[in-house]
Ligand binder design. Structure first.
Ligand SMILES: [Zn+2]
Length: 181
């Protein structure tokens, strides 16, 4: 499969034809404005229109990329809680739209790497528990700049290993993107 990130301008149902127009068999979208905290839910009408549009295309794999503001590894309790609530909403939109993957950047630990990995994993576990379903959460490799978690597969493995076992089957890893998503 080959695909790209496509715009949802005009609504999520506009994304599948955009992917189709470039011959994509896989597509990634944002399900909200990725640089804002404002959340939204995907109502039934939207989900039906999205599915109908998707069925008319050859797109077989669908993914969303989560908001850039989310930091599940933050040592700041307020920011981390806000991040978890935002991440739960991301996951809920993916389940509602029936997206196969949610791509997520691991967080920034800021203070201590080991405790950051633990915070990241616990937050993922909480979100997956609160939003049951089939969307696979794909942790994305990062450049490792600053205090970003996830520059190596070993570090992503450490995050995954710290997620409760019952939720671990919904986790995967995505390799480096070719564009700075
Ligand atoms: Zn990314």
């Amino acid at each position: 499969m080959l695909g790209a990130h496509v715009s949802i301008a005009g609504g999520t149902h506009e994304a599948p034809p955009r992917a189709s127009a470039i011959g994509a068999t896989a597509m990634q979208i944002f399900t909200k404005m990725a640089t804002r905290w404002a959340e939204r839910a995907c109502e039934d009408d939207e989900c039906r229109a999205f599915h109908a549009a998707l069925r008319k295309t050859g797109v077989r794999a669908t993914a969303a990329h989560d908001s850039y503001l989310i930091n599940l590894a933050s040592p700041d309790p307020t920011l981390r809680r806000r991040s978890i609530e935002s991440f739960v909403a991301e996951l809920a939109r993916c389940e509602a739209l029936g997206l196969r993957f949610l791509v997520s950047h691991p967080g920034n630990y800021l203070n201590d790497r080991a405790s950051g990995i633990q915070r990241n994993a616990e937050a993922i576990g909480e979100a997956l528990e609160r939003v049951p379903g089939r969307t696979v959460l794909c942790l994305e490799t990062t450049s490792g700049s600053g205090t970003a978690i996830g520059a190596t597969f070993e570090e992503l493995a450490a995050v995954i290993a710290a997620v409760p076992g019952s939720q671990r089957r919904r986790l995967g890893v995505r390799g480096p993107p070719t564009a700075p998503w």
